[in-house]
Design a protein around this ligand. Structure first.
Ligand code: TMP
Length: 208
């Protein structure tokens, strides 16, 4: 059965490591798995990504960021996510609509009704079956992200600790408001324990 699973949280929370581990585990069980990310996931959406993740921190207004992310998301949904789900795959997506709610809305100040309209129009029925929210002290996450990025794609990481603390709050608020869809994962645990928590959340939703 097709499943759409998204991974959310602040910078450096270990999402990609866990997505790789989970995809390997599901494939070993014979499941068809598509791994993708946002902003990006198609060549066109990756072009939009480069506009968003590079350059000066004040380059775009939060409203423009929401539109750019949704332009990329629209392309990604039509060309990758929906076709994969229609083929019965499990889609694992590194960031999705909750990142827009939190980064542009909750932390950026873009009006939530504007984001709600984009979400309803572009995401529509293709809402995630499960969203894993990786929760981590932003100080720890930013240090990890800085060590990894080497100065590349650092537009968001350059925004400062207070901003990132707000992002953590935003994700926690979503997890609290939508407990059916969202599961909060303590990303400060050792990698193997995080993997166990991820698997526990996923196995109910995939018939694993
Ligand atoms: P990444 O670091 O997980 O690859 O994500 C790139 C950055 O883009 C990250 O700082 C979060 C940000 N972002 C948004 O601000 N809004 C969005 O809708 C998405 C998908 C990502």
């Amino acid at each position: 059965m097709s499943r759409f699973i998204t991974f959310e949280g602040g910078e450096g929370a270990g999402k990609s490591t866990q997505i790789t581990a989970l995809s390997e585990r599901l494939r070993a069980m014979g499941r068809d798995v598509a791994v993708t990310r946002e902003p990006g996931g198609t060549p066109e959406a990756e072009e939009v990504r480069s506009l968003l993740v590079n350059g000066d921190a004040k380059r775009w207004s939060p409203e423009a960021e929401a539109l750019l992310n949704y332009a990329a998301r629209d392309h990604h949904l039509r060309n990758v996510i929906r076709p994969a789900l229609a083929n019965g795959a499990i889609v694992l997506c590194d960031r999705f609509m909750d990142s827009t709610r939190v980064y542009q809305g909750y932390a950026g100040g873009c009006p939530m009704r504007f984001i709600d309209t984009l979400e309803t129009t572009i995401v529509g029925e293709t809402r995630p079956h499960l969203t894993l929210i990786f929760d981590l002290d932003p100080e720890v996450g930013l240090a990890r992200a800085a060590a990894r990025s080497n100065g590349r794609e650092n537009r968001y990481e350059s925004k400062g600790l207070a901003h990132h603390a707000l992002i953590r709050d935003g994700f926690r608020a979503i997890a609290k408001a939508e407990p059916e869809r969202c599961r909060l994962i303590d990303a400060s645990m050792p990698e193997s324990e995080v993997a166990r928590a991820v698997w526990n959340a996923v196995k109910d939703k995939t018939g694993g």
